[in-house]
Design a protein around this ligand. Structure first.
Ligand code: UDP
Length: 378
C-alpha cells in the first residue's frame, strides 16, 4: 500500500488541534491541520483593533493548578500576571465583586467578618435545605436548588438567576447543577475568580501561543473537511477531529444543541471605560450578559492610559442554529443522551481521535484541553 503523506490530519486549528499538532510534530509525526475559518486559533483567536488584542470569540483567561501545563504554555510564550476579578452589575443597581466572597457579602448584607457572613449564609441556606428535606430530595436536582443551598436566596436572585437564564436561555430549574459549581464561594476578601495556582494571558496575545504551537506544521485555512471528506481521509493515517461530533456523523441521530454568543464590539474614544476587563450584567432587564473591555487583559494600572482608545464587546447569548458559531454545549439530559449515542459510534473508530469542546460536547476550559492532549501522548 502507498504510504500516506501525513500521520495525522487534524481537523480544526483551535487549542486542541494546535496542541496535538505541536506534540505530534515533536515526536517526529507529520501533521496537516485544516480549518474552515480564515485564521488559526479557533475561539482563542484575537483580532488587533487600535493596538488592542480583542478576544473575538469571547474572553479567554488561562488558569491551571497543573505546573506541567503552566510550564508548557509558558515555554511557547510567556504569560502575564492578569488575575480575573469580574464585577457584577445587579438588578438592585449595585456593583458587586465576584466570585462570591467576603467583599460580595459585605456589599450585599453589610457583614464585615467571616462569622457574620457565615451566620447570614447559614440562615439563607437553611431555608433551601429544609425545603429539599421536606420534599425528600437528597441531592440538588438542578442549578436553582444547587445555588440556593450553596449561597442562599439573596445572592441567587441578585447575581445568579438573571445572568444564568440569559446565558443559557433556560430556567435555572431546568439546568444542570454542575454549571454553578464552577464558581467558588469564599469566606475571605479574595476577588480572584479562580482557585488555581497559575493564571494569565500570553504576553502579546493568544495568537502568539497558537502560532508557536503550529510552528513547522502544515496548515490549510479556509478548508472545510466536510466539503471533501473522502479526499481528506485519504491524506493521513489518522484523523484528529475537533469539530462537531454530530456533524461528523451527518446528524444521523439528530442535532445537538449549543448556545452561541453574539458580540457587539465598539471602539471608544476614551482610555478607560469600565475600569475592569469583565463586568457581568445579572439583571434580566439588560439584554447582554457582560461587557468585556479587552485592554485590561494586557495593560495594568496606569498603563491602561497609554492608549487613548479602548475596545469593548457586549455579549448577547442566544440559541445556536446553522451558520452561527457554536460556543457552549447544552449539557442537559436530552442533549447528553443524544451525545452518548454519537459517542458510542466514536468509541468504535480505530483511526479517528475526537477532542475538544465540540467533538466531546463538553464545557471545557483551556488547561483541561491541553491536559487531554498530554494524556493522549502519555
Ligand atoms: N454565573 C452567574 N453569575 C455571574 C457569573 C456566572 O450566575 O455573574 C454562573 C452562570 O450560571 C454561568 C456559570 O456561573 O453559566 C459559569 O460562569 P463562568 O464565568 O465560569 O462561564 P464562562 O466564563 O465559561 O462563560
Amino acid at each position: 500500500m502507498r504510504e500516506k503523506k501525513y500521520d495525522y490530519l487534524i481537523v480544526g486549528a483551535g487549542l486542541f488541534g494546535a496542541t496535538f499538532a505541536h506534540l505530534a510534530t515533536k515526536r517526529g509525526k507529520r501533521c496537516l491541520v485544516i480549518d474552515k475559518r480564515s485564521h488559526v486559533g479557533g475561539n482563542v483567536y484575537c483580532e488587533e483593533i487600535e493596538g488592542i488584542n480583542v478576544h473575538k470569540y469571547g474572553a479567554h483567561i488561562f488558569h491551571t493548578s497543573d505546573r506541567r501545563i503552566w510550564d508548557f504554555v509558558n515555554s511557547i510564550v510567556p504569560f502575564n500576571r492578569y488575575t480575573n476579578s469580574p464585577l457584577a452589575k445587579a438588578p438592585d443597581g449595585k456593583l458587586y465583586n465576584l466570585p462570591f466572597n467576603m467583599n460580595t457579602f459585605y456589599q450585599m448584607w453589610g457583614v464585615k467578618t467571616p462569622a457574620e457572613a457565615q451566620a447570614k449564609l447559614d440562615e439563607q441556606r437553611r431555608e433551601a435545605i429544609k425545603r429539599m428535606e421536606d420534599d425528600g430530595i437528597k441531592e440538588p436536582r438542578n442549578l436553582e436548588e444547587q445555588a440556593l443551598i450553596l449561597i442562599g436566596r439573596d445572592v441567587y436572585e441578585q447575581l445568579i438567576k438573571g445572568y444564568t437564564e440569559k446565558q443559557w436561555g433556560r430556567p435555572c430549574s431546568e439546568l444542570p447543577a454542575f454549571i454553578i459549581r464552577r464558581l467558588p464561594v469564599r469566606m475571605t476578601f479574595d476577588n480572584d475568580y479562580f482557585n488555581d495556582s497559575f493564571q494569565g494571558i500570553p504576553i502579546g496575545g493568544y495568537n502568539l501561543l497558537i502560532d508557536g504551537l503550529l510552528k513547522g506544521v502544515d496548515v490549510k485555512l479556509g478548508t472545510d473537511f466536510f466539503n471533501n471528506c473522502e479526499c481528506w481521509r485519504s491524506v493521513a493515517d489518522k484523523i484528529v477531529f475537533t469539530g462537531k461530533i454530530d456533524e461528523f456523523y451527518d446528524y444521523r441521530f439528530g442535532k445537538l444543541e449549543y448556545r452561541t454568543v453574539r458580540f457587539e464590539t465598539e471602539v471608544l474614544d476614551e482610555p478607560n471605560n469600565q475600569g475592569n476587563a469583565v463586568v457581568n450584567y445579572t439583571s434580566p432587564d439588560v439584554p447582554y450578559t457582560r461587557i468585556i473591555e479587552h485592554k485590561h487583559f494586557e495593560a495594568f494600572g496606569n498603563a491602561v492610559y497609554d492608549n487613548p482608545k479602548t475596545v469593548i464587546s457586549r455579549e448577547y447569548s442566544s440559541e445556536w442554529c446553522d451558520g452561527m458559531e457554536p460556543f457552549y454545549p447544552v449539557n442537559d439530559k436530552k442533549n447528553q443522551d443524544l451525545y452518548s449515542r454519537y459517542r458510542a459510534l466514536a468509541d468504535m473508530e480505530r483511526n479517528v481521535i475526537f477532542g475538544g469542546r465540540l467533538a466531546e460536547y463538553k464545557y471545557y476550559d483551556m488547561a483541561p484541553i491541553i491536559a487531554r492532549v498530554f494524556n493522549y501522548f502519555d
